[in-house]
Design a protein around this ligand. Sequence first.
Ligand SMILES: [Zn+2]
Length: 317
Amino acid sequence: MQGRKDIAVKQSIPKHLRYTVEDFNREFPNDDACLEHIAEERFPGGRAPCEKCGVERKHYRVSGRTAYACDHCGNHIYPLAGTIFEKTTTSLRLWFYAMYLMGSTRCGISAKQIQRETGVTYKTAWRMFREIRTLLSEDLRLDGPTEMDETYFGGRIRSHQRKERSHDNKTAIIGMVERKGRAVAKTAISAGARTLHRLAKEHILPSNTVYTDEATGYDKLASLTDDAGKNLHSSKIYVMGDIHTNTVEGFWSLIKRGIGGVYHAVSQKYLQTYLDEYTFRYNRRDQGNLLFKSILAEVSKRASKSRASVGSEIPRE
Ligand SMILES: [Zn+2]
């Protein structure tokens, strides 16, 4: 199992990439600090467009509320609006802490663990992780030599089922991994040539070399053409026969160990979001536990800005 060794060895994080729980407690001691962080990311320096004034104004924190008020007319804006925190009744600091834990473990953390550690209900913990995972999907186009492979997840095989039907209850996962870098993993109903081709086209830049093993779909992939007979992907596709595609194999072992070890039963419905989490982590494996900051940054990046001033829809704390 390639990959297992370097995970066991690489326990200590270089100093400049460390972000300890003490660092976390210092930077985010309470809900206010967390709110101010989001507000500053969305409205740097407190400057935001005021709907009533029609121009950008400085806004000040309204005490006891999650609102900021225009310094000219007093109109409120809500930095949490449009974010995953918009409707939450859970403490903001707990959300931040869940993201911290998610970014500080190499293999992920389960809802059970955060339930034990913080005392929230399992349901709340599970919902928090589900929301956080929605921040982690990436739309990447891989570049450079890339390995492509498929694996299957879930679906118990019943003994009376015929062997060739053994993938029936399983979800296919297609992995694409740059030899020296990033990865994309997508669930699919099947790993047929058309699916592989579509994913290669969507996620691998043309003209790159794609390495695969000898699975049937890839043989076809190399020669797949459109209606006009033109090759659909200009990448050179090499089928490697018995030679293992080591980079993608390492990626699989990381994903399988993580999902198998931490999330004991991942339903097919949410499998893609777990893959997104693992891929996000894999693609930032050189960040140490500053990974937390990358996760946190996605909150504001993915917030819908237009909704920040829709006051009436925002829950009061
Ligand atoms: Zn105003």
